[in-house]
Write a new protein. Structure first.
Length: 293
């Protein structure tokens, strides 16, 4: 049984991709999950908005000297999201696991950040998570939920074979989250630190924190960017990164061990397409960068 056939339906093709699943290196799956949003709901509309943006921005990366059209990308469509969050996470795990078993890289377009827990569960080897996010997402419970966008990194940290969590761009947390991060060895680099360091130094710090990890899951919550650059996100936080800073850091870190990545938390109805275009550009750049390794 193919879980992709069972749990996904065709959608607008990302970046006009025409590659079949069998011949692809990268498989895009939209995840319109938006069940636990606590401030600005609407991320269920992001997969469509980001796909639309991907059709209307140029796909050549000046950093990687590569065009998105030269990559073998298959768009598997959107996941069938269930009203029960755990069932949706189970489906994400099955779909992502199938993609990984076929030797391909899953590219998930969210949707709220909770989806990362489902896809991370599909990784059966020891791995690390590199997450760009304004928030630590390390609460044990939030608004009566143990599994939600504000607890996702806490639940992921409880996965036995997750060996390292590195958070970048952090600038919003409660005292309990800071205490947990310090006690459990969760590495984080704040946006304030990034402002005072070169992108090369930040990238070296990330590589040092991930040293020795043979599989890396990359999660990019668009609220890592300052609202001036990405206003349409679920929980905007001032004093964030610029789009240039994010892409420069990504271009300088070692991505050869990346096994999967996602872009999450875009709520497109809060602007006129700016944030969706940024999200599409970030996906273009990451795909072009990892294709070099």
């Amino acid at each position: 049984m193919s879980f992709l056939n069972l749990y996904t339906s065709p959608a607008l093709s990302f970046a006009r991709t025409e590659c079949g699943f069998k011949d692809s290196d990268y498989v895009v799956v939209g995840v319109p999950l938006d069940h636990t949003s606590s401030y600005r709901p609407g991320s269920r509309f992001a997969p469509l908005a980001i796909r639309e943006a991907s059709l209307n921005i140029e796909g050549f990366s000046f950093r990687a000297k590569k065009s998105i059209s030269s990559l073998k990308i298959h768009d598997a469509g959107d996941l069938h999201v269930d009203a029960d969050v755990e069932e949706t996470l189970r489906r994400i795990e099955l779909v992502t696991g199938e993609i990984l078993r076929e030797g391909k890289t899953p590219v998930l377009i969210g949707g709220e950040h909770t989806l990362t827990l489902g896809s991370a569960r599909s990784i059966k080897e020891d791995f690390a998570v590199l997450c760009f996010d304004a928030h630590l997402d390390l609460r044990d419970e939030y608004m009566g939920r143990k599994i939600c966008h504000a607890t996702v990194m806490r639940r992921m940290h409880e996965i036995d074979h997750l060996k390292r969590v590195v958070m970048v761009g952090t600038r919003a947390a409660c005292r309990d989250e800071i205490a947990y991060a310090e006690e459990q060895g969760v590495g984080f680099i704040t946006s304030h630190e990034i402002r005072n360091e070169s992108m090369e130094d930040v990238s070296l710090r990330i590589d040092d924190l991930l040293e020795g990890q043979n599989a890396v899951y990359l999660s990019i919550d668009l609220d890592v960017l300052d609202p001036a650059y990405a206003p349409a996100v679920q929980t905007p936080e001032p004093e964030g990164l610029s789009t240039h800073q994010l892409l420069e850091i990504l271009s300088k870190i070692n991505l050869k061990d990346l096994v999967a990545f996602d872009v999450v938390e875009v709520t497109p109805q809060y602007d006129f397409g700016v944030t969706a275009a940024v999200a599409a550009k970030v996906i273009f750049e990451v795909l072009s960068l990892i294709a070099q390794w």
